[in-house]
Design a protein around this ligand. Sequence first.
Ligand SMILES: [Zn+2]
Length: 150
Amino acid sequence: MTSTKNVTGNIIKLKNLDANIQKLIHEAVEARTFAYCPYSKFKVGASVLCEDGTLYRGCNIENACYNVGICAERCAYSKALSEGKTKYQAVVVVAQQEDRFTPPCGACRQFMSEFGNVDVYITKPGYEDVLVTSLNELLPFQFEFTNNQG
Ligand SMILES: [Zn+2]
């Protein structure tokens, strides 16, 4: 069974992607090396390209109290958001499963959807093949807050 069973998107060779996306992927690969994951040993790196061209990286950060850990994608977004960046072009997720693409978890999809649709690039060790999709494809019916209380 392939990793793409529940994901829509296209698998594209890294070398065929735009140079700025290749750079974004390299940044996520490097960020992954900083993952703090003594419990799961599951390293994840992420990077986000802001609308203005700036770039932020993130890694997963675990905690002895498991549920206060943070995923790489939310780490990268939080770094960008805390610098006033709220508009994004693309996000990259890199994990270590050689046999599959590791997509953002449900919590990260919802978190990122707060800031609009983005292109999502997912790659895996070897960094040759890249699954190219979008947040709207990964989370087609996201929760949106509406206040109907008048
Ligand atoms: Zn997540």
